[in-house]
Design a protein around this ligand. Structure first.
Ligand SMILES: [Zn+2]
Length: 119
C-alpha cells in the first residue's frame, strides 16, 4: 500500500496500529476502504476497553495472502475474529489495485484479485 494511504490508516486508527508493522501494510491501495472500515468496526467492538490499555487490540501483520486480506492481531475477541473473517471474504472480490469488483487471477507465482482493467 502506498505510504500516503498507510499513514492515513494509521493516523485514523492510531491505537489499532500502535505497534509498527515490520513490513508495513502489505496489500494494494484498492483495499484501503475495506481496511478503513474493518478498523472502525474493530474499534467499535473494542467498546469499553480503554484506548491506552495494553489490552486494547492491535495489528501485528496486515497482508494479502493467496488473494485475500489477512489481518493478524493481538487481544482479539471471537466477535473481532469473525469481523476480520468477513472482511477477508469481501476482499476476494475487490480489485486490490483500484477497489472495483474483481476476481482472483494468477500473476506469475502469485494469486491476486483483479478487475478486468487490472487483470
Ligand atoms: Zn482494478
Amino acid at each position: 500500500m502506498s505510504p500516503e494511504l498507510q499513514k492515513k490508516l494509521i493516523d485514523d486508527h492510531p491505537e489499532l496500529y500502535r505497534h509498527e508493522l515490520p513490513f508495513g501494510i502489505e496489500c494494494g491501495d484498492g483495499w484501503f476502504d475495506l481496511l478503513d472500515q474493518l478498523s472502525s468496526q474493530l474499534e467499535c467492538l473494542a467498546g469499553d476497553i480503554p484506548k491506552n490499555s495494553e489490552h486494547y487490540p492491535f495489528a501485528t501483520q496486515v497482508k494479502s495472502k493467496f488473494a485475500f486480506l489477512c489481518w493478524y492481531g493481538e487481544n482479539l475477541t471471537d466477535e473481532m475474529e469473525a469481523t476480520i473473517e468477513e472482511a477477508s471474504q469481501r476482499s476476494k472480490v475487490k480489485c486490490e489495485t483500484c477497489g472495483k469488483p474483481g476476481k482472483v487471477v494468477q500473476k506469475k507465482r502469485w494469486y491476486v484479485v483483479c478487475c478486468e482493467e487490472h487483470a
